[in-house]
Design a protein around this ligand. Structure first.
Ligand SMILES: Cc1cc2ncn([C@H]3O[C@H](COP(=O)(O)O)[C@@H](O)[C@H]3O)c2cc1C
Ligand SMILES: O=C(O)c1cccnc1
Length: 353
């Protein structure tokens, strides 16, 4: 284990439940029937416990997008060719992708990190942290060595540390990597032991007929790699991806600094499963932004006992669904800080429940 990872894991503590009790009491003094703001109230409590502050400030947000390629793209498991990963990185830099639009809308700092794109990327606006140019094709070889997996996790930890130094108080973590729904389904199958058929989906939009091929590729990879279900790093390194490793690292780095993280879709949630296996307390810092259309997402969410805020039929990635959920977190903190109390507004209280 790298010293960065060891140091990070040692710093992660659970949420501050005492603050939660104070916030719960305060919420019931605000000018609304107790509990009437439902999950927004629960969110306010969670955010206060995460930050360790009765009136948490989660602005400004930061968005990290990790990009990497997958050797398994050669098996024809995506509707798009591998070059699209690098082309989309250029699009991120040129502000043209969905995540650029949503990040700008919420006033987020955005960083694009090349943790393993197959081609050489040049140009400004990209953080160059390539661990290797794409993973091995998991049907034929391990995705990466354990050492490379650790390096990719460290890339993620350092990226979230940069966001904190830049003043960000809430993190959105996204990815770009053609064929990464295949890698994520393989990781999920290895971790849960569930049937591959129930864990795959159409990703970028492969035809219904190609789904059986995608399942067969994953089954071959699972049989060939023999990853150990109780060893998250083994599963990650044999079947996963460099951006998935970096996302796990970003969650760990954020949790170590008490920064809330909004988890995006399927790939992001599989990365969250890895992070939580490495350190169960990380779960305390994760807020789930949306439910992806990718069928495996429901399974991954259930393993983490997570119920996402939004269900908008998204199946994009990039951190898009997490960025869309961010304004709800802001509403929760503003409600807590800015609403009048029954006493200050001179409103009669109701029955004590
Ligand atoms: C233009 C374009 C933009 C994207 N942005 C995110 N993804 C998403 O699609 C990919 C996963 O799907 P699969 O496993 O089927 O390849 C990932 O790159 C993911 O982030 C995109 C995909 C495309 C084509
Ligand atoms: O849910 C996701 O993250 C997702 C789904 C399909 C394609 N890319 C990403």
């Amino acid at each position: 284990m790298s010293s960065t990872l060891e140091h990070t894991l040692a710093r992660i503590r659970g949420r501050d439940r005492h603050i939660g009790d104070r916030v719960r009491t305060h919420l019931d003094t605000l000018t609304k029937p107790p509990g009437s703001l439902g999950r927004l109230e629960a969110l306010a409590i969670e955010l206060a416990e995460i930050r360790g502050e009765a009136f948490p400030d989660i602005t400004p947000p930061g968005v990290l997008v990790f990009a990497a390629d997958h050797g398994v793209a050669a098996e024809g498991v995506s509707a798009f060719p591998q070059e699209v990963t690098a082309q989309m990185v250029a699009n991120f830099v040129n502000q043209g992708a969905a995540i650029n639009v949503f990040a700008s809308q919420i006033g987020a700092r955005l960083e694009v990190v090349d943790v393993g794109v197959a081609s050489e990327l040049s140009g400004e606006g990209i953080v160059h942290a390539k661990v290797r140019p794409g993973t091995g094709n998991i049907v034929e070889a391990d995705a990466m060595t354990r050492d490379e997996g650790m390096q990719a996790i460290d890339v993620g930890i350092r990226a979230s540390q940069r966001m904190i130094v830049a003043g960000c108080r809430c993190l959105v973590v996204g990815e770009m990597g053609i064929a990464n729904t295949t890698a994520s389904s393989a990781v999920l199958a290895a971790l849960t032991g569930q049937e591959v058929r129930g864990l795959i989906g159409r990703g970028t939009g492969i035809a219904e007929a190609r789904l059986a091929h995608k399942a067969a590729v994953i089954e071959r990879a699972l049989a060939a790699r023999q990853a150990k279900a109780d060893d998250a790093l083994d599963v990650l390194c044999k079947l996963g991806g460099l951006e998935i490793a970096a996302m796990s690292g970003a969650y760990l780095g954020a949790a170590a600094q008490r920064m809330p993280v909004i988890v995006d879709g399927f790939i992001a949630t599989v990365a969250a499963m890895i992070a939580c296996r490495l350190c169960p307390s990380v779960r305390d810092y994760l807020i789930f932004g949306h439910r992806s259309q990718e069928p495996g997402h429901g399974v991954a969410l259930d393993t983490l006992d997570a119920s996402p805020l939004l269900d908008l039929d998204l199946r994009l990635g990039e951190g898009s669904g997490a960025a869309l959920a961010y304004p709800l977190l802001v509403s929760a903190t503003r409600m807590l800080a800015d609403m009048a109390t029954f006493a200050s507004a001179g409103i009669a209280g109701g029955e004590v429940r």
